[in-house]
Ligand binder design. Structure first.
Ligand SMILES: NC(=O)c1ccc[n+]([C@@H]2O[C@H](COP(=O)([O-])OP(=O)(O)OC[C@H]3O[C@@H](n4cnc5c(N)ncnc54)[C@H](OP(=O)(O)O)[C@@H]3O)[C@@H](O)[C@H]2O)c1
Length: 308
């Protein structure tokens, strides 16, 4: 697996990330197989969040890791905090950030996190409090690198005014079917389609300009977790285009859908969500595929977009 350069971030990060949102459904033995499979494929980057299974994902991961020969220091462990479904708030207060990291480390049974991301903007966020929280976590050696998720460029600018640690990552939704991150660059100023709407303040170009690595979440899903578009009869054109390229490159359609994201020159990471080792092996084949310019556009247009 090729690695990616996260500017001033953790070194040697794999292009694919093992996303653990769905790990609570596994036994610790099956979770251990997922970890071993990921590592055998060169996937060394792991994504968690406090809200995945209400903390169960981190617990299961720790139980599973203990069953493997994989060493903690050979992995880049990332978690996110700030979503509190239990009390229906998003919370980026200093106390919640600091307490969340203590909870994460306890559940993961680890001394430090490689990366902490703030999960979804808290409408009441105070950047000065966040700066204090990050300083405290860094000084205590509990977090090595920081970033955000689902965060607008101007929100990042406001954070940067107070937070001294560079924000190195923004985790954002992107799939062939959910490609708003990319669409607005094509249809700008076009009244005939709402795909021209600027929904995220140019997050893609902001991240590129500021050397912030984008991590694409739900790379195979349509809508918000509405299921896969791959092999879904509701998406015949995407599947036809995926099939043709899968045959050409001798990989699965899922690998082509991942290769479509990896082909973007922003050099994004892709967070996979499968909890099936065979599916992960198939997706990892994307690492050897480099789509041509024309193929990338062919897939994009097959997903229902058009050239203005
Ligand atoms: N920052 C955020 O707001 C945010 C939001 C959502 C997710 N995330 C992160 O992104 C990760 C990925 O999200 P996701 O789980 O929605 O991603 P995904 O990779 O698009 O979807 C994974 C789902 O597709 C299923 N699937 C069915 N057939 C498959 C096949 N042939 N190959 C691969 N998958 C197949 C998987 O089931 P099987 O297990 O049976 O393969 C799994 O249920 C999460 O784990 C989490 O770490 C972040």
């Amino acid at each position: 697996m090729q690695t990616i350069n996260i500017a001033n971030g953790p070194e040697g990060a794999s292009r694919l990330i093992l996303g653990c949102m769905r790990m609570p459904a596994l036994s610790k033995e099956d979770a251990a197989k997922m970890i071993e499979t990921a590592v055998s494929l060169g996937i060394n980057y792991v994504d968690h969040a406090t809200c995945y299974g209400g903390g169960e994902a981190e617990v299961r991961f720790a139980q599973a890791l203990a069953l493997t020969d994989v060493k903690r220091e050979d992995l880049i462990i990332q978690s996110k905090c700030g979503i509190r479904f239990e009390n229906q708030t998003f919370d980026w207060s200093k106390s919640n950030i600091v307490e969340s990291v203590d909870g994460i480390l306890q559940r993961l049974n680890m001394e430090y996190l490689d990366v902490l991301l703030l999960h979804r903007p808290d409408l009441l966020y105070d950047p000065e409090e966040i700066a204090e929280a990050f300083d405290a976590l860094e000084a205590a050696g509990k977090v090595r690198h920081f970033g955000v998720s689902n965060t607008l460029p101007m929100q990042m600018e406001l954070l940067k005014k107070y937070v001294k640690q560079p924000l190195k990552i923004n985790q954002l939704q992107l799939s062939l079917e959910q490609s708003q991150l990319i669409d607005q660059g094509l249809y700008m100023n076009n009244k005939t389609t709402d795909m021209s709407m600027m929904r995220d303040g140019s997050a893609l170009d902001y991240c590129r300009l500021n050397d912030i690595t984008i991590q694409a979440w739900s790379p195979l899903q349509h809508g918000m977790f509405q299921g896969m578009f791959v092999d879904n009869p509701d998406f015949p054109e995407i599947n036809k285009a995926l099939e043709e390229l899968a045959e050409k490159y001798d990989v699965t359609k899922t690998a082509i859908a991942i290769a479509w994201i990896l082909r973007h020159p922003a050099k994004m990471q892709v967070i996979t969500g499968t909890m099936n080792p065979k599916h992960l092996q198939e997706m990892a084949e994307a690492d050897k595929v480099w789509l041509t310019h024309e193929e990338w556009y062919k897939l994009y247009l097959a997903s229902g977009k058009f050239l203005p």
